[in-house]
Write a protein that binds this ligand. Structure first.
Ligand code: MG
Ligand code: MG
Length: 293
């Protein structure tokens, strides 16, 4: 359970740290901060120190919807996303907005498949699915992942990347070694070669799932702690809150709660910190219902 909590806090910490430098280049970050490693807020969204963005907010909305339905049920998830959009979030991706608008107009919870929907928006909010399907057979977990993803993003690269991150988080929570995480990345590349991350350094990663995950994999596998991995990925700029959030959930689960620096946990908005902790616990409990270890 604690690794599940660490994954959730890692996600929020990564989002809050990365948001400061979202859309900056590595050179601009160096000029402004040297190495960006303090949770100071600001950025283009003018955040307070410790505040998070849509990445964490959508995860929490998704998790709440799963918990109140007691299962992964697309209409209640789409309604939760729609309520979240109504709350006038600081930031919302175009593909996410389009999916929610389609749901409001038609009641449809699945966008048509589109080659343009390969953004990282379904992946960034996938942690509740990783937690609640922890003990399910993979085909079932995968189907559940697609129910939530396709509300806004219906694309094979988005699906494959999202499912790879889910599997990494689950493997890490179950205590699998780092070689297993590397194997999961390798397996993704075998099936979808664009994800190959070992050739060129990915700076300024965009919101395209391939760019995002290349930066995440490079930072994760080139470092040996939560802190060094997260600092490495956010200092590449680009979609830094989202690379931070995705790396944060995997690294949190892999390195554990004690590995997340206290200075970041202390700064994280306290209401968000407790919502993440409580939701991780509740999803873990739901995952364990009917599961005999
Ligand atoms: Mg964001
Ligand atoms: Mg972002």
């Amino acid at each position: 359970m604690f690794r599940g909590i660490a994954a959730y806090l890692g996600l929020a910490v990564g989002d809050a740290l990365g948001a400061t430098v979202e859309f900056m280049t590595p050179a601009e970050i160096r000029h402004e901060y040297g190495v960006h490693q303090q949770m100071i807020g600001g950025g283009w969204l003018k955040l307070k120190a410790g505040d998070i963005t849509d990445d964490t907010e959508m995860s929490l909305a998704l998790g709440d919807a799963i918990l109140s339905a007691g299962k992964v049920e697309p209409v209640s998830i789409a309604e939760a996303f729609s309520d979240w959009m109504r709350s006038k979030p600081k930031d919302i991706g175009n593909t996410v907005r389009r999916g929610i608008v389609q749901f409001r107009r038609t009641g449809q919870t699945e966008m048509p498949e589109s080659e343009h929907d390969a953004g990282n928006g379904a992946c960034m909010r996938s942690l509740p699915l990783a937690l609640v399907t922890l003990h399910q057979p993979w085909t079932q977990a995968q189907a559940a992942s697609r129910l939530q993803a396709h509300i806004t993003h219906h694309n094979p690269l988005s699906d494959a990347g999202t499912e790879c991150i889910m599997q990494m988080v689950q493997a890490a929570i179950l205590g699998e070694p780092r070689t297993e995480l590397e194997w999961l990345a390798h397996d993704l590349i075998q099936r979808y070669p664009p994800f190959e991350y070992r050739k060129t350094r990915r700076d300024n990663p965009s919101g395209y799932i391939v760019d995002t995950l290349q930066a995440v994999f490079q930072a994760l596998f080139a470092t040996d702690s939560f802190e060094t991995a997260l600092v490495e990925v956010v200092n590449r700029g680009g979609d830094a809150d989202t690379t931070g959030a995705i790396l944060g959930m995997v690294a949190g689960a892999h390195y554990g709660l004690e590995s997340i620096p206290e200075r970041w946990l202390q700064r994280l908005n306290p209401a968000i910190r407790s919502r993440c902790t409580e939701q991780a616990r509740a999803l873990y409990q739901l995952a364990n219902q009917g599961h005999s270890p």
